[in-house]
Design a binder for this molecule. Structure first.
Ligand SMILES: NC(=O)c1ccc[n+]([C@@H]2O[C@H](COP(=O)([O-])OP(=O)(O)OC[C@H]3O[C@@H](n4cnc5c(N)ncnc54)[C@H](OP(=O)(O)O)[C@@H]3O)[C@@H](O)[C@H]2O)c1
Length: 290
């Protein structure tokens, strides 16, 4: 599988409940690429009618064609989360086409790696506008409908940067820390009205957002050293957590986070990061004991 494509093996994640989202309508903003697209495909495979969208019309059309192949009703409508008007037009289009929305996934995002001293205010504002304010505006636009109906699931995509400082990615990390705070606040505010707001934290998944930053670089080497599973994630490995958060099963969970990161955040000392030497040491130890 190349980075950024949806999981190769599509199909039921929970074989005993393959249609867990039958009858639900899900909007996945940022659903035309990488993580959002994999989640959109997973929701569709679980029976939901899905609206994958982002800024680029051609990317939206391609995602709809692939992700929504088995749907009778489809909507290809682009959106820019930097604009509340654009988000409202998307919401209106979804309601006109499907008559309802049940699930909103906020996966739109951009990255900026640059040493902090040279980040301009315009660059800072762009990252915050898309990653944080865009998530807020989408929640604000869609929530009245969810709240009126008394059932809703919002899944915001956060990041390792929500918890730890990602080197030379200050605006990005700040935006993603904000996404967790936003998730907690909205989760608490809407808890009693049937709308659960949770966050999904992917570890490192190679997608168009970070491929150039990672592939063949010391940064990827360091990530692998700090990841107990010693690899980056496969997009299909995010789908189960997303399905759970989108489903009835998450009815008593809100303002919370699921981290899918190969152990990155759990680890202090990761053990044997360089492979052979530690094994050699263990073998020598055992030899010495014999
Ligand atoms: N990959 C990782 O390791 C990783 C880890 C943790 C968190 N994340 C987060 O996961 C989310 C998805 O990232 P990804 O890795 O899947 O990257 P990606 O493949 O580059 O996808 C980003 C998506 O966001 C859309 N987008 C960007 N700006 C937008 C805007 N203003 N309005 C609407 N859509 C917009 C893009 O489409 P258009 O260009 O057509 O708008 C694209 O569909 C991001 O929030 C990212 O920060 C990624």
């Amino acid at each position: 599988m190349t980075a950024g494509t949806p999981p190769a093996a599509r199909g039921a994640v929970f074989p005993d409940r393959p249609d867990v989202l039958r009858g639900r309508v899900a909007v996945v903003i940022g659903g035309t690429s990488g993580i959002g697209r994999a989640i959109a495909a997973g929701l569709a495979d679980a029976g939901a009618e899905v609206v994958p969208t982002s800024r680029r019309d051609e990317a939206v059309r391609a995602a709809v064609q692939e992700v929504c192949a088995s749907q009778t009703r489809r909507l290809s409508q682009a959106v820019d989360v930097a604009s509340r008007d654009s988000i409202d037009r998307l919401r209106d289009g979804v309601l006109a086409t499907f008559g309802r929305v049940d699930i909103l996934v906020n996966a739109a995002g951009i990255h900026l790696r640059q040493e902090s001293l040279s980040v301009s205010l315009a660059q800072w504002n762009e990252v915050l506008a898309i990653n944080l304010s865009g998530t807020f505006l989408a929640c604000q636009s869609f929530a009245p409908h969810l709240l009126d109906r008394g059932w809703g699931r919002i899944i915001n995509i956060a990041s390792l940067g929500s918890y730890v400082g990602l080197y030379e990615a200050t605006a990005y990390s700040v935006s993603k820390a904000g996404v967790l705070a936003l998730t907690r606040c909205l989760g608490a505010e809407w808890a009693a009205r049937g709308v659960c707001v949770n966050a999904l934290v992917p570890g490192v998944f190679v997608t168009p957002i970070n491929r150039r930053l990672l592939e063949g670089t010391p940064r990827l080497q360091e990530i692998l050293l700090r990841t107990p599973m010693r690899r980056t994630g496969r997009l299909s490995e995010l789908v189960g957590a997303a399905l759970f958060l989108a489903s009835e099963s998450a009815s008593f969970m809100t303002g919370q986070t699921i981290v899918v990161d190969g152990g990155f955040l759990a680890a202090g000392i990761t053990g044997n990061p360089y492979g052979a030497p530690d094994n050699d040491a263990r073998a020598a130890d055992e030899e010495a004991r014999e």
